[in-house]
Design a protein around this ligand. Sequence first.
Ligand code: GLU
Length: 307
Amino acid sequence: MPHEIPAVPADVSAAGAGRFAPSPSGELHVGNLRTALLAWLFARSTGRDFVLRVEDLDRARAGAEAAQLRDLAAVGLDWDGEVIRQSDRTPVYLEAIQRLREDGRVYECFCTRSEIADAPRAPHSPPGAYPGTCRNLSEAERERRRRERPPALRLRSEVTEYTIHDVLHGDYTGVVDDLVLLRNDGVPPYNLAVVVDDAAQGINQVVRGDDLLSSTPRQAYLASLLGLPPVDYVHVQLVLGRTGKRLAKRDGAVTLGGLADLGISARDATAMILGSLDLPGTLPEALAVFDPAKLPLHPWVFEPPGR
Ligand code: GLU
């Protein structure tokens, strides 16, 4: 049965919108919640709408979406309009790929992961970048390879790097390679979906963890090819665990549920997270004084209580 694609709100605020876009792979931890609170503060302090998007194209676990929405509400966040779910929107992604195809910017790729890893590279080609193996196959060769495995689709990129501006990081230049536009199992990858959805949801401010900064040049380049408007980027620091690595479930009581078991309420957890940003302990108070220039520059190490 065909999915009905949720209508995208036509009534986004004139200032645009910010967003939080979690992957429903499990419960949100303190680090995810801190990024969500920051995204909300950046959006609301600039008069923007704030929207949610569930990025469930690959890492979806049953029940995680509901738990995430519950915890976002529990720390005091509110959002505008319907929550968009990426798994409902495949036709929209395919349409974007079709546009690129019509511009001659798409080619079929038959490489396996190990073929990519083992392929010879140009001396200065950046690590992890696709080496271009399938870029110039003949039609006869493609015809032969199609019988062996279904192709992925890749972007025929005309640049090898691209510069974006980030509110906290300044200008940032990063690698752009022939990124995947459609996996060979027919699923659109994150880099395409995020670009299409941000534009469709009227998002002009992207606040997210700085682990995604290096993906941003690819996304911004793709957006430019699709004629989509540029957005403001804010890549915020990830919360660290006691070991100095990014906070993770193995660090102990890091979710609202885990903290509640230790007698720490969602309200106290919110105050703790806001405190780590040098902000007062409730969201309305934090919003009243929020100033990106005053955010702490050092990372926050979260030591879960009771360990
Ligand atoms: N869904 C991604 C994640 O949870 C975030 C994507 C984004 O904010 O652009 O890591």
